[in-house]
Design a protein around this ligand. Structure first.
Ligand code: ADP
Ligand code: MG
Ligand code: MG
Length: 243
């Protein structure tokens, strides 16, 4: 589904990603860990196609097509979706209106999705305006549910979310990654950034990777990697290629 080859990315005049290789096959969910500032969000923003991220080398292949320089809305149309770590507030745009716009005409499903994440009373409110941390995240998950991406990227779903909302987020994200019952052979894949690893209690993650200083330094079983990090810290990942 997604293949990244030797990806180098600059923000301003500083190189943040120094040659990333990553392959995510149909139906796989991968987890990305690593210290703050190592470049995890940068990788997701670059895959999504945001403008501040200048690709100086390498390429991104999605479902066999080179999307390295494709505009963000075309990537979204091809089925790439993202949940941000710090989503913006959008004054003057109602959540319900945005959901209708991204639903691909399937507006009838919106109320049921909204109920799943307890957001049915938020559809007439401006996006994220005055929302609590948990409400912002639930609103973002709802947008993804309605958009139905095939490749789902999620940046730190646990950050700023209390325990009750983590369960709701975790279960909703698991639902997002489930195969679409109505469309044969439509496998969904995911790339999820996590610090705490809480999300691993809710989803089936196939592979874990650790990013340090703009390079992926370690691959393996996500739970094993997490327990090594918790016991010995990220420095242990510098020595490892495979756990
Ligand atoms: P992570 O998500 O792993 O915490 P980021 O990808 O957010 O790391 O950041 C990687 C590096 O790039 C950090 O040093 C950060 O300060 C820098 N960076 C990220 N976004 C910007 C930006 N918009 N302008 C300048 N530097 C940025
Ligand atoms: Mg961070
Ligand atoms: Mg980040």
């Amino acid at each position: 589904m997604l293949k990244i080859e030797n990806l180098k990315v600059k923000i301003g005049d500083r190189e943040v990603l120094h040659g990333i290789d990553l392959q995510i096959n149909d139906g796989e969910t991968h987890v990305l860990m690593g210290p703050n500032g190592s470049g995890k969000s940068t990788l997701l923003m670059t895959i999504m196609g945001f403008g501040n991220y200048e690709i100086t080398d390498g390429r991104i292949i999605y479902n066999g097509r080179d999307i390295t320089h494709m505009p963000i809305h075309d990537r979204a149309k091809m089925g790439i979706g993202m949940l941000f770590q710090r989503p913006p507030t959008i004054s003057g745009l109602k959540l319900g209106k945005l959901l209708s716009a991204v639903s691909g005409g399937k507006t009838g499903d919106i109320p049921a999705f909204a109920r799943t994440v307890n957001m049915e009373n938020f559809l007439e409110r401006d996006i994220n305006k005055g929302f609590s941390g948990g409400e912002i995240k639930r609103s973002e998950v709802l947008q993804l549910m309605v958009q139905r991406p095939d490749f789902v990227m999620i940046d730190e779903p646990e950050s700023g979310v209390d325990l009750e909302n983590i369960a709701l987020m975790g279960n909703s994200i698991a639902q997002l990654l489930q195969k679409d019952q109505h469309i044969v052979n439509r496998q969904k894949s995911g790339l999820i950034i996590t610090h705490t690893g809480h999300i691993l209690n809710y989803i089936e993650a196939d592979f874990g990777h650790v990013m340090i200083d703009g390079q992926i330094r370690c691959h393996g079983n996500p739970r094993e990697i997490l327990s090594v990090i918790k016991e010995k810290g990220y420095k242990e990942c510098l020595a490892c290629q495979q756990i």
